[in-house]
Design a protein. Structure first.
Length: 561
């Protein structure tokens, strides 16, 4: 009942309280024109399941499913992190567990707990990376004897991503195309890729249509590409969260920073939280250790000669990754940086884009999110390089030798030290998140409980908030009330909706003042419009009254006691 989560939750309540329609993801009563669970960010996959359960009386419309979704995202994040590390050659159980915790507690994932529940499905990125590295039937998740190219799994991952969020669908699709190109180039598969492409072309657009990607009349492209970007310092910058919260009027008494060990850098734009990919002090420590280890072993191998260089553990420490995977994650990262390249508070380069390219970029204007695949690939590569080093024999020594055992224990200690550093680095943030989920964030709305509301909405099933502000504060409680009682609520703060300018909102308010009241409507006058509404002369069949702090203007028969 606050900010973005209110849009997601109330959109899901409208969706589940309506009858099934076509397409199945359509919402008819939230806004002036139809919208969908895609544009309320209500997670189509979860919304479909909840509506099906609700149709048999198991999941009431007012129940939220976002808590269960967030829990599932963390669990699946750990599972697929282990699969990714296994695909990179990590075998030891302790290393898989230790490595998975880095991903479960990754700051880019935790940032989305502030209100972007659909975007917490980072496990889809990890699943795609793991599948792209799978080289055997077992690694691909198939029983022995089945083909190594898992085209069904790729279709499934892409389908789930489409039903979760378009940004995640783009990332999974890019990683899938990179894996397919590598398989084609190496001759591993041929006709199966054509089959996968045909199935994907038939199934994925159909799923997008069912979810409601093309419902509504708003523009699919929006301004903001370059504003919501990734800073070149994003991996090492914990971001000044207090300054960000003040800038966006989201201060809370328990606000905390993402790092207690590293200083925050200034951002070049107010929207660069979208490209937040701080790895944590512990992960940065492991990256330094991995580079030192590989450099040391490469140096030892060089001193020992060509044969030693070919067999040295330094040469084997970093897993060999397909070039296409680096290309795909690199292209996504370049898009995340955007055409406005920034380093801290400085703008290094601004590349003007043609109108057509700018319009296409505006479809994914929050491009900073596209840095996640490269971030997770580097994190996995770092952990895998150290874990593999602990598994490898020393040159000229037996695997079970005392020296190899000491080295394995030393590397295990480094990993555990890195994990401890990671958790200590974020200890203040753990406290903030606990307080946030126990006490609630500031500005949380409380439901309207006056017993007159249901009868009023039964007589006049349209609730309209009169305001001269965009996304006016206080819309949440009336919108939830309308959703639960089968009424329409306008205007709705949904994504890609046609946005009215301040002049248009003021003109609409003036039109009402001059007598343009629609029948069957409860008008809620927002404080920003009270000054204008005081100029109104209500017709004799209209009346104004205050209920639970809200001024309600309506036909007399709507609100007669």
């Amino acid at each position: 009942m606050h900010g973005d989560p209110a849009q997601h939750y109330i959109g899901s309540v409208f969706y589940r309280s309506e009858a099934w329609a076509w397409p199945p993801g359509k919402i008819s009563r939230f806004g002036d024109t139809p919208t969908s669970v895609v544009f309320t960010d209500s997670i189509p996959l979860a919304a479909f399941a909840a509506k099906l359960l609700g149709s048999v009386g198991i999941w009431p419309a007012h129940w939220q499913y976002f808590g269960l979704w967030m829990l599932a995202c963390h669990g699946l994040q750990g599972w697929f992190a282990a699969r990714l590390l296994q695909a990179m050659g990590v075998q030891a159980g302790w290393a898989l567990v230790c490595g998975s915790i880095f991903f479960i507690a990754a700051p880019p994932l935790l940032l989305r707990a502030y209100g972007h529940e659909a975007l917490m499905a980072h496990f889809l990125v990890l699943a795609a990376l793991a599948l792209g590295l799978a080289r055997t039937p077992a690694q691909a998740g198939y029983p022995q004897g089945r083909p190594a190219w898992p085209w069904r799994a790729w279709i499934m991952y892409c389908a789930v991503a489409v039903l979760v969020h378009p940004y995640l669908a783009l990332m999974v699709a890019m990683l899938g195309m990179a894996a397919a190109a590598h398989a084609w180039r190496t001759g591993a598969v041929s006709m199966r890729l054509l089959l996968q492409a045909a199935v994907a072309a038939a199934v994925l657009p159909g799923l997008a249509a069912l979810a409601g990607y093309w419902v509504g009349q708003g523009e699919r492209s929006a301004a903001g590409f370059g504003l919501y970007s990734a800073n070149l310092l994003t991996w090492i910058d914990p971001m000044n969260w207090r300054a960000f919260s003040e800038q966006h009027q989201r201060m809370a008494p328990y606000i905390a920073e993402w790092s207690t060990l590293l200083p925050a850098q200034q951002q070049a734009t107010a929207g660069q939280y979208e490209g937040f990919a701080y790895m944590g002090a512990g992960m940065l420590l492991l990256m330094a250790a991995a580079l030192c280890w590989v450099g040391w072993q490469a140096g030892v191998g060089w001193l020992r000669g060509a044969q030693a260089r070919a067999t040295s553990s330094g040469a084997q420490a970093f897993p060999a990754l397909p070039v296409g995977l680096w290309v795909a994650t690199g292209v996504l990262a370049l898009a995340a940086v955007s055409s406005t390249v920034t380093l801290g508070a400085n703008t290094l380069l601004r590349v003007p884009l043609p109108d057509t390219v700018a319009a296409l970029a505006g479809v994914f204007r929050a491009s900073g999110r596209l840095v996640w695949p490269l971030t997770y690939l580097v994190m996995a590569l770092t952990i895998a390089s150290l874990a593999r080093a602990a598994q490898m024999p020393l040159h000229g020594a037996l695997p079970a030798s005392r020296k190899a055992t000491r080295r394995a224990l030393a590397i295990a200690a480094v990993l555990l030290l890195g994990l401890a550093t990671q958790l200590i680095d974020a200890q203040a943030k753990w406290g903030e998140l606990r307080a946030r989920f126990r006490l609630g964030p500031p500005g949380m709305a409380t439901p309207l409980v006056d017993p007159q509301w249901p009868a009023w909405l039964a007589r006049c099933p349209h609730m309209h908030m009169v305001s001269v502000q965009h996304d006016p504060a206080g819309w949440e409680a009336p919108a939830l009330l309308a959703a639960l009682h089968g009424a329409r609520f306008t205007p709705a703060p949904t994504a890609r909706a046609a946005v009215m300018t301040a002049e248009q909102r003021r003109a609409l308010a003036m039109q009402l003042i001059r007598g343009g009241w629609a029948p069957g409507t409860l008008y809620l006058v927002h404080p920003s419009a009270l000054g204008l509404m005081q100029q109104a002369r209500l017709p004799v069949y209209m009346q104004a009254r205050q209920v639970e702090g809200l001024w309600v203007v309506s036909e007399r028969h709507c609100t007669d006691r």
